[in-house]
Design a binder for this molecule. Structure first.
Ligand code: ADP
Length: 492
């Protein structure tokens, strides 16, 4: 298995200055009853051995918040000299956290209250001064580990709380032992694949070869796959952790994006897809749910395409379930052959066209409610329009690009290189520079980008999400997949 590369560095799990604990030191390891694993890169991870710990700005605390980075943060002055204590009651056999702060300590989003206590359970999330300023996950080392997870996985990773749930399983936060770098672990149960008997062997080989391809991919707009464990029951995929949520939710929160923001995100998606196509990988399931964002600020975020390649070995079930769900992003040639014919990477271009359409206006190109034509027929025949009511502000160039991407005949549809050469993208140098900068932050770029867009409110946890736009219209879809003109999550 390849060694994961660090994503966020934290101080090692190997302990803090006092009472340095080494993971390799079996004697010390056995004394660890809990861990505070940092989910904020400036906070040190701590192995808990003593029965009492305090955290705060005061020098007498066992965990002193004094690093340069912490002092520079906007939160620093909101920390109390002793913000909280963690106490292990060895008689009653429980662990609790006591809030001693002026601005509050939160456990799983709930404020404890000054001088009050809260029992700490495994995977509890601790936040300081604001419920969104999460800094630690508490791990109870005596909590029964999930024995369904293979030992070699548990030996390498501390598997923590669930951070998402998808069609084929769950996604958990995990920490690599030793460094406490954070990752997302996607656990896919094989029962979903329905491959039995003689085919199972080939299928498992296919997974292995697929996973080795995925592990070799390295592009800023493609989620990194660091490690894969394949067992008879499940596949465990260790992924780069991406914390800004899905593009889907961002579109819903914003209603739609202006052209500048759409182009900023879209160029990144295209560069990610180009990288996949250059490596002979067709994504097949591009949709806003499979585009993750690294930052709450949409105008500053890097996008990460996820779930690529997996569809190769979950192909049949995925497609069949897609047919039962919404086919909104499926190319006409996939739909007309019910996924049974072979098709090319042009299916991704169609899906990208649909995503761009949705980004620009906040509703999808196809919908039961539009013309009385069944949804599948609309897609197969390419029946979509650009009603002035919603599209008058959007440039002709953007519409031209969408038309050429959402062209029913795949042989006439643009390739990903053609898309990147389309004037809507190639003529916008500011956008190219911005995207370059976000993808390669360490590269010195001579001309600073001029960002002319009006910044939307950041979709930060601290900021209430804006109401999605709900424009009244006859043309605007109202059917169930897109109620209130909003895209509906496509989960199989
Ligand atoms: P599906 O299988 O339906 O495509 P996933 O299993 O990929 O869904 O993801 C389920 C949820 O887990 C997503 O909505 C996302 O919020 C979260 N998630 C997936 N991958 C990551 C990741 N790498 N980092 C952070 N969260 C993730």
């Amino acid at each position: 298995m390849a060694d994961p590369l660090p994503t966020q560095r934290t101080q090692g799990c190997d302990g803090i200055d006092d009472g340095v604990v080494s993971e390799d030191d079996g004697i010390q390891e056995s004394k660890i009853w809990g861990r505070l694993l940092s989910i904020n890169k400036h906070f040190p991870s701590v192995n808990l051995i003593d029965n009492e710990y305090s955290l705060g700005r005061g020098k007498k605390c066992s965990i002193v918040l004094e690093s340069k980075e912490i002092q520079a943060s906007k939160y620093y002055l909101t920390y109390s000299s002793t913000h909280f204590k963690i106490i292990r009651d060895t008689i009653k056999n429980y662990v609790y956290i006591q809030d001693l702060s002026s601005n509050g300590t939160y456990v799983n989003g709930e404020k404890i209250g000054k001088n009050k206590r809260h029992i700490l359970n495994n995977n509890a999330e601790i936040a300081l001064a604001s419920k969104t300023h999460r800094v630690y996950v508490y791990i109870d080392t005596n909590a029964t580990e999930d024995s369904t997870v293979p030992l070699n996985v548990r030996e390498k990773y501390i598997i923590s709380k669930e951070i998402g749930r998808g069609a084929y399983g769950e996604v958990k936060l995990c920490f690599i032992r030793g460094t406490c770098d954070r990752f997302a672990m996607k656990i896919i149960a094989k029962k979903h694949f329905t491959v039995m008997g003689a085919h199972a062997h080939t299928f498992n080989q296919q997974i292995q070869s697929e996973c080795s391809i995925l592990r070799g991919l390295d592009h800023p707009c493609i989620i990194r796959v660091y490690d894969v464990y394949d067992t008879s029951d499940a596949v465990y995929i260790v992924l780069e952790l991406v914390e800004g949520g899905e593009l889907f939710d961002r579109i819903v929160a914003n209603g739609q994006f202006d052209e500048i923001t759409s182009k900023f995100l879209f160029r990144q998606m295209c560069l990610g897809v180009k990288y996949l196509h250059d490596h002979s990988i067709t994504h097949r399931d591009l949709k806003p749910e499979n585009v993750l964002l690294t930052s709450p600020d949409t105008n500053e975020t890097l996008i990460k395409i996820t779930d690529f390649g997996l569809s190769r070995f979950i192909n049949e079930t995925t497609l069949m379930k897609t047919f039962c769900g919404t086919p909104n992003y499926l190319a006409p040639e996939v739909l007309s052959t019910r996924g049974e014919a072979s098709y090319t990477n042009k299916v991704d271009i169609w899906s990208l066209g649909v995503i761009l359409y949705i980004c620009l206006v906040g509703y999808p190109p196809f919908s039961e409610s539009i013309s009385g034509t069944p949804l599948n027929d609309q897609i197969i025949k390419g029946l979509y329009t650009f009603p002035d009511e919603f599209w008058s502000e959007v440039s002709e160039s953007a519409k031209d690009l969408i038309r050429k991407m959402m062209c029913v005949d795949p042989t006439k549809r643009l390739t990903i290189n053609d898309v990147l050469e389309h004037p809507w993208l190639v003529d916008d140098h500011d956008n190219t520079t911005r995207v370059d900068k976000i993808m390669h932050p360490s590269k010195v770029i001579s001309t600073p980008p001029t960002i002319t867009s009006v910044k939307r409110p950041a979709c930060d946890d601290d900021t209430p999400l804006s109401e999605p736009c709900t424009k009244p219209t006859d043309e605007k879809p109202t059917e169930s997949n897109y109620s209130s003109g909003r895209p509906k999550r496509v989960k199989h």
